[in-house]
Design a protein around this ligand. Structure first.
Ligand code: NOJ
Length: 734
C-alpha cells in the first residue's frame, strides 16, 4: 500500500512537473545534488533582524549556508542584508541562491490599512493595488517572497489575528485572495516589482476554540469545505507560488502533518504545483500536540503529509537524512519537495542573477515614495466605516473656529501602523493630530490627553471638560493599541476600557457634538460611548497615511463608503457572532421562551456585517431576475436600481445575498454573493447587475461532493444589510 502511494505520487509529480518549462533544468540539478544539499533546500532559518517567533541560539547558520544546508531565510531586511546573505550562499558548492521570505502583510515601508480595515472598503480593486505597492517596495528591498495573503475566514473577534484577514465572510475573503495573488505576483515572478505570495494559514486557523490563538480546531468537513477552503482554492487557482500550513490541529491531526489537506487535497485534488512551507516551528510542535513522539517522527509525518520546507524547527535538517537512509521516507518525496522549491527560485529569476533584487538605488527611490503614499491614503480613506452620524454632524466645516482632539491615540504614530507592520518606519506615519493641525489653519486646534493607555486612567477630567466647553466640536480617539491584536494577541475581553467610554459620556454632557474615532484591529464593544457620541467612525489601524485619511473623511473630502467585514457584537457573551449562521429549529422569537436566544442579553449585534453609512442616502428599487424559474446549471442575472437621494455625491456598496431555503444540509440564513461599488451624484440612479452562477448557488454536502440543488432561493440585495429587497428564484433539474 505504502509503495503504491509512492508509485502514484511519482507518477503524479512527474505529470505535474512535465508542465513546468524548468523541469529539465531542475532534474539535471537534482542529479548532481547530494542528499544533504537536497535537504538543505527544504530548510529555512530566520535572521535576527526581526523576531516573528521564538528565536534559537544557533550560531552556525553561516557555516550551514556555505555547506549548502539552507535553502531559504526569513526576516532578512533590506538590500544590504539580503546581498550579504546571498554572497554567503554563493560560496556553497552548487551556488544555489537563497530565497528570502518576509511578512509583508499590509505594505512594506509604506504601510496600508491592516487587512481587516482594507476589507472594510468592500473594494476588491484596492486589495490588488495595495499588494502591488507592497510588492514593488519589498522587491526593491531584496525580498523575494511574502508570507501573505492571510486568508483565514475568522468569526471570533477574541482571536487576535482577525486583523490580518478579510473578516468573517468566505465570498469576500475569496475575492480578496484572488486580488492579492495578482497584486503581489503580477504576471511574471521575474519582474523586479513582483514577489511570490503565500496563502496562509492552511487550514481553518481562524476557527480556534474560544478564539484562543493556536488553539484546537474541530469542525465538520462540510464546514471546512464550505467556509474555510474556498479562499485557498481560489489562491491556488490564481497561481499562487506557495502555501503555509497552519499551527492548529484540525479534527485531531495537526495541519503540518495532515496528509488529507496537504497531500490529497492541495497537491492532489487541486493540482497545486508550488511548495508548502511550515509555520514557524510547527513541524516540531507536533510533538507537543501529542501527534508524534519526537522531532524525527515529526519530520517524517510532515514530509509524508506534503510540507516541503521546514521553517525554523530544524526537524528536517536534523532527521530527514536518516529517515531516507532507513527507508522511512522515500527519496522521491524529497526530490518532489526540492523540485517544487527550485522551480520557484528559477521562476523568480534567482538562478539568472542571485542579486537581481539587491539594487540599493532602486530601494531608495521606491520606499515611501510620494506615489506610494498617495495610494496608501486612497486605500485608507476608503477603509473607514461610518456607523453613526446624528444631525449630520459630519462632515465638519473647514472653517471651524475651534476643535478639541482627545486621547493619546490621536498622537501615536506607532499605533497608526498596526500589528504586522514588520518593516515599519514609525516616524513616517501621519497621526490625526498632525493632519488636522496642518489642514485646518483657520481653526484653533486644542488637545487633551483625557485618558492614559497604560493603566487606563482618566487624566485631568476637569481640564478636558473645560477645553471641550471652549471648542465647537470634539473628536475623541478610543480603542486598542497596535500590539493588542495580531499573533498571540487573543483577548478574553474586547470591551473598550470603561474609563475611555466614561470620558466620552462626560464630554457629551457639555452638549458639544462628539465624534468618536474607534481604533483597533478587531470588532470592539463600546456601547456606552456609542450612545453618548454623535458620530462613530471605525478607523482601524490605517497605516502611514492614517491621519490624512481620517482628515479627508472628517471634512468631507471623501464621503465614507466602508462596510463592516465582521459583525460588531454588543456583548461578550455573544461571541462568536457572525451573520451567516444556520437557522435552528427554534429560531429566536421575542417573548417566546423556548426559542434560540439568551435570557440575559440581546442576541442582536451592535452593528451587523456589511453595515456602513454615508453622508448621502440611497434608495433601492426594482430588484429583478432575468428568470424566476431556471435549471440548476443556469446562471441568473440579478439587477437592482440604486438612487442617490441625498445632497452629496458618494460611493455606495451594493450587496447581493442568497439563502437556499431548503437543502440536503441546512444552509446559512444569508450568504454574500456579490458586491458592486457605484459612484452616484445627488439625484442620479444606476442599475447594477450581478451574475449568480451555479457555483455561487451550490455547496459541499456531507459526502463532500459539490451540489446545486433544486428548490427555492431567496435573493436579497441592497446597501443596508437590515433593509434588503427580496425576490425568489426556483431551481429545477429538468
Ligand atoms: C508565525 C505566523 O503564524 C506566520 O503567519 C508568519 O508568517 C511566520 N510566523 C513568520 O513570521
Amino acid at each position: 500500500m505504502k509503495y503504491l502511494f509512492y508509485i502514484l505520487l511519482f507518477f503524479f509529480s512527474s505529470v505535474l512537473f512535465a508542465i513546468s518549462p524548468y523541469s529539465a533544468k531542475v532534474d539535471s540539478l537534482l542529479n548532481i545534488m547530494t542528499l544533504d544539499e537536497k535537504i538543505g533546500q527544504m530548510n529555512q532559518y530566520t535572521g535576527s533582524f526581526l523576531a516573528t517567533g521564538p528565536l534559537s541560539d544557533d550560531t552556525t547558520i553561516v557555516a550551514q549556508i556555505i555547506a549548502g544546508r539552507v535553502g531559504s531565510m526569513l526576516n532578512i531586511i533590506g538590500t544590504k542584508n539580503t546581498r550579504m546573505m546571498q554572497e554567503i550562499a554563493m560560496k556553497s558548492r552548487l551556488k544555489i541562491p537563497l530565497i528570502f521570505g518576509l511578512d509583508v502583510v499590509h505594505g512594506y515601508k509604506t504601510t496600508f490599512p491592516i487587512p481587516l480595515g482594507e476589507a472594510a472598503s468592500f473594494d476588491i480593486g484596492l486589495a490588488e493595488k495595495s499588494a502591488r505597492v507592497a510588492a514593488t517596495e519589498a522587491a526593491s528591498a531584496g525580498t523575494h517572497w511574502t508570507f501573505a495573503p492571510m486568508i483565514d475566514v475568522s468569526r471570533d473577534a477574541r482571536w487576535g489575528r482577525v486583523m490580518e484577514g478579510g473578516g468573517e465572510d468566505t465570498w469576500l475573503t475569496t475575492q480578496i485572495a484572488k486580488a492579492k495573488v495578482k497584486g503581489y505576483q503580477g504576471t511574471n515572478l521575474k519582474d523586479k516589482n513582483t514577489i511570490m505570495a503565500c496563502a496562509k494559514h492552511f487550514i481553518a486557523y481562524g476557527a480556534p476554540i474560544a478564539g484562543k490563538d493556536y488553539n484546537t480546531v474541530d469542525i465538520s468537513l462540510q464546514t471546512l469545505h464550505n467556509v474555510y477552503l474556498p479562499p485557498f482554492k481560489a489562491a491556488a487557482n490564481s497561481g499562487i507560488g506557495s502555501f503555509m500550513n497552519s499551527f492548529n490541529e484540525l479534527n485531531g491531526i495537526p495541519c503540518t502533518g495532515n496528509q488529507y489537506i496537504l497531500r490529497d487535497l492541495l497537491k492532489g485534488n487541486w493540482g497545486f504545483n508550488g511548495f508548502v512551507v511550515s509555520d514557524w516551528g510547527s513541524v516540531a510542535e507536533m510533538v507537543q500536540h501529542g501527534f508524534v513522539n519526537d522531532k524525527e517522527d515529526a519530520a517524517q509525518a510532515a514530509l509524508l503529509a506534503g510540507c516541503d520546507m521546514d521553517m525554523e524547527s530544524r526537524s528536517y535538517t536534523q532527521h530527514l537524512k536518516k529517515l531516507v537512509e532507513t527507508g522511512k521516507v522515500s527519496a522521491t518525496l524529497i526530490d518532489d519537495a526540492v523540485k517544487r522549491i527550485l522551480i520557484k527560485k528559477i521562476e523568480l529569476g534567482l538562478f539568472d542573477n542571485p542579486f537581481a533584487y539587491c539594487d540599493e538605488e532602486l530601494e531608495k527611490r521606491t520606499l515611501l515614495s510620494p506615489e506610494n503614499r498617495l495610494e496608501a491614503r486612497e486605500v485608507a480613506k476608503k477603509s473607514i466605516v461610518l456607523l453613526k452620524n446624528s444631525d449630520n454632524v459630519l462632515p465638519i466645516s473647514k472653517t471651524l473656529k475651534s476643535i478639541l482632539l482627545v486621547g493619546p491615540l490621536m498622537k501615536s504614530k506607532e499605533d497608526m501602523l498596526g500589528f504586522w507592520a514588520c518593516e515599519k518606519d514609525i516616524a513616517s506615519a501621519v497621526t490625526p493630530y498632525e493632519a488636522i493641525l496642518k489642514n485646518l489653519p483657520q481653526s484653533k486646534v486644542n488637545y487633551a490627553e483625557g485618558y492614559s493607555l497604560i493603566g487606563n486612567q482618566l487624566i485631568n477630567l476637569k481640564e478636558t471638560v473645560r477645553k471641550a466647553k471652549q471648542s465647537e466640536v470634539i473628536v475623541v480617539a478610543i480603542g486598542e493599541r497596535w500590539n493588542e491584536t495580531g499573533e498571540a494577541k487573543s483577548k478574553g475581553n474586547i470591551i473598550v476600557p470603561a474609563e475611555q467610554q466614561m470620558l466620552v459620556t462626560e464630554l457629551a454632557k457639555t452638549g458639544k457634538p462628539i465624534i468618536l474615532l474607534v481604533m483597533g484591529g478587531r470588532p470592539l464593544i463600546f456601547n456606552e460611548a456609542a450612545q453618548s457620541a454623535s458620530v462613530i467612525l471605525v478607523t482601524w489601524w490605517l497605516g502611514s497615511e492614517a491621519g490624512n485619511a481620517i482628515f479627508d473623511v472628517l471634512v468631507g473630502n471623501y464621503n465614507p463608503s466602508g462596510r463592516l467585514p465582521m459583525t460588531f457584537p454588543k456583548y461578550m457573551g455573544q461571541l462568536p457572532i457572525y451573520y451567516n449562521y444556520n437557522n435552528t429549529g427554534r429560531p429566536e422569537q421575542k417573548d417566546v421562551s423556548y426559542s434560540s436566544k439568551y435570557i440575559d442579553i440581546d442576541s442582536q449585534p451592535a452593528y451587523p456585517f456589511g453595515f456602513g453609512l454615508s453622508y448621502s442616502t440611497f434608495e433601492y428599487s426594482d430588484l429583478k431576475l432575468n428568470h424566476y424559474f431556471a435549471h440548476t446549471d443556469q446562471t441568473t442575472t440579478v439587477t437592482i436600481t440604486v438612487k442617490n437621494t441625498g445632497k452629496v455625491s458618494g460611493n455606495e456598496i451594493v450587496q447581493l445575498y442568497i439563502r437556499d431555503l431548503v437543502a440536503s444540509i441546512t444552509r446559512p440564513v444569508k450568504e454574500l454573493k456579490g458586491i458592486e461599488k457605484v459612484f452616484l451624484q445627488p439625484g442620479e440612479s444606476k442599475t447594477v447587475s450581478f451574475q449568480l452562477s451555479p457555483e455561487e448557488l451550490g455547496f459541499w454536502g456531507n459526502d463532500l461532493t459539490y451540489k446545486v440543488e433544486e428548490g427555492v432561493f431567496e435573493i436579497m440585495a441592497g446597501g443596508n444589510p437590515n433593509q434588503l429587497l427580496k425576490s425568489w428564484l426556483t431551481l429545477k433539474n429538468e
